[in-house]
Design a binder for this molecule. Structure first.
Ligand SMILES: [Zn+2]
Length: 428
């Protein structure tokens, strides 16, 4: 009985191959570039119109007042829900609808959705309009064939993941859309490859440090105090004290790529002295001793570390630098932080997708953790929902690259994994 249902579901997905391709193309053809955040409403309406016609109840939600939301660039989101005939769990597929800027190096039109040799090309093809289309087809086929299932299915298309997700998943989570009372399983179809399950991500701490000096004529620096030299001392201390320590902080999290299985630190930016002149300025700079220097640090940390210890590490370093430099003046400001998260391997959504991958692809999935964060952070922290993974078609390394593409067979295969997962969670 169950096997018969599974084969009917998988056949239906196979038959929908053309539809899957056309839907992916249609999504790519709406250029939802973020920043600034273009055409969010158009893409939400496309999803709403399509899913309404399949019996889903759809709502367009603007993240009014969220960072970035404005009348010029409104942050629109869509949530579609289909109820089964009996009460049960709700499985939610969440995809971000925004894409990053095109950049240089393309050999095809990034918004045409060109098909060549079994691949669909375009900005967002793999990250993550291919995954969004796969989850839509999986949900449509499931509700069409299983007309008496338990629980509910939701599909959301959300804004701003590429800029932190505050006008998207964070907003929806704050409004209660991801409360464990209404949603029990979440799949985020980010491009992790069709045979990998992403359990979570490392933590993040962004800190801005500013050193202060005293302005003076550049010919008499002894009358001033150079803020850039103070910052140089901070960087030297990072090199001597912090970087060697980070190499030793290894994690048991299965982060990919493997070089990220430890704590890391990136100096994101540094600005000191006169601001950059306009491009058409042809004169010389003024002779000044810089009185300010600002640096942004991007520290990624592992589940074995405590965020307060990570904060303390930097503060202790600044104190130490100050103790060796008489006029050292510094301020630090935390810009952003995210706690590491990792869903347990025996969580229901992990088990369902594991079984589905085994049955569909005939192999064991790889369990991975992302070096950077994605929208799971908001579902975990604001939504308090721990039963969440990223799973979807596409190759992560192609994301944000020129000539980004998604493989059509990979999309079909992962749609089948999704539909099998729905069957095991909602038609037990
Ligand atoms: Zn993405």
């Amino acid at each position: 009985m169950k096997n018969d249902l599974i084969s009917r579901l998988c056949d239906a997905v196979e038959d929908a191959r053309e539809d899957l391709v056309e839907l992916t193309q249609a999504l790519i053809r709406i250029p939802t570039i973020n920043p600034p955040a273009e055409n969010y409403r158009e893409i939400c309406e496309l999803i709403r119109d399509r899913l309404s016609s399949k019996g889903f109840k759809c709502e367009l939600i603007r993240a009014t007042g969220a960072p970035g939301d404005s009348d010029k660039f409104p942050r629109w989101n869509v949530v579609a829900r289909h109820e089964g005939t009996h009460t049960g769990d709700c499985v939610h597929f969440n995809s971000h609808t925004d894409v990053v800027a095109v950049g240089d190096g393309w050999t095809v039109d990034p918004f045409e959705g060109l098909i060549s040799e079994g691949k669909i090309y375009g900005r967002g093809a793999c990250d993550m309009k291919g995954g969004l289309a796969a989850s839509i087809i999986a949900a449509e086929k499931f509700v069409e064939i299983c007309n008496d299932y338990r629980g509910a299915i939701e599909i959301s298309g959300t804004a701003d993941e590429e800029s932190g997700g505050f006008g998207g998943v964070a907003y929806l989570a704050e409004q209660g859309w991801f409360n464990p009372e209404r949603v029990q399983h979440v799949v985020i179809p980010e491009p992790l490859n069709k045979d990998r399950i992403c359990l979570g991500h490392r933590g993040v701490l962004w800190t801005e440090i500013e050193t202060y000096g005293h302005i003076a004529h550049g010919s008499m620096p002894f009358h001033g105090d150079c803020a850039v030299r103070h910052m140089g001392a901070v960087i030297e201390a990072l090199e001597q004290k912090i970087y060697p320590e980070l190499l030793k902080k290894k994690t048991s999290m299965p982060v990919v790529p493997e070089q990220a299985r430890q704590s890391t630190l990136n100096i994101n930016s540094i600005h000191g002295g006169l601001s950059e002149p306009d491009e058409d300025y042809t004169g010389l700079p003024a002779a000044l001793v810089p009185d300010r220097c600002r640096m942004v640090l991007d520290r990624r940390f592992i589940i074995e570390e405590d965020i307060d210890e990570v904060r303390q590490e930097l503060q202790s370093l600044l104190l130490e630098v100050g103790s060796n430099r008489p006029k050292f003046k510094v301020k630090s400001k935390e810009l952003f932080s995210v706690i590491p998260t990792m869903t347990k391997k025996d969580a229901p959504i992990v088990k369902a997708v594991t079984d589905a991958i085994q049955q569909e692809l005939g192999r064991e999935p790889d369990y991975v953790v992302s070096p950077g964060t994605y929208d799971q952070k908001h579902i975990d922290r604001i939504g308090r929902l721990k039963n969440c993974i990223a799973y979807g078609p596409g190759i992560l390394d192609l994301a944000h690259q020129p000539d980004e593409y998604v493989g059509i067979q990979d999309m079909v295969d992962s749609t089948k994994v999704m539909v099998r997962s729905l069957a095991s969670l909602l038609q037990p």
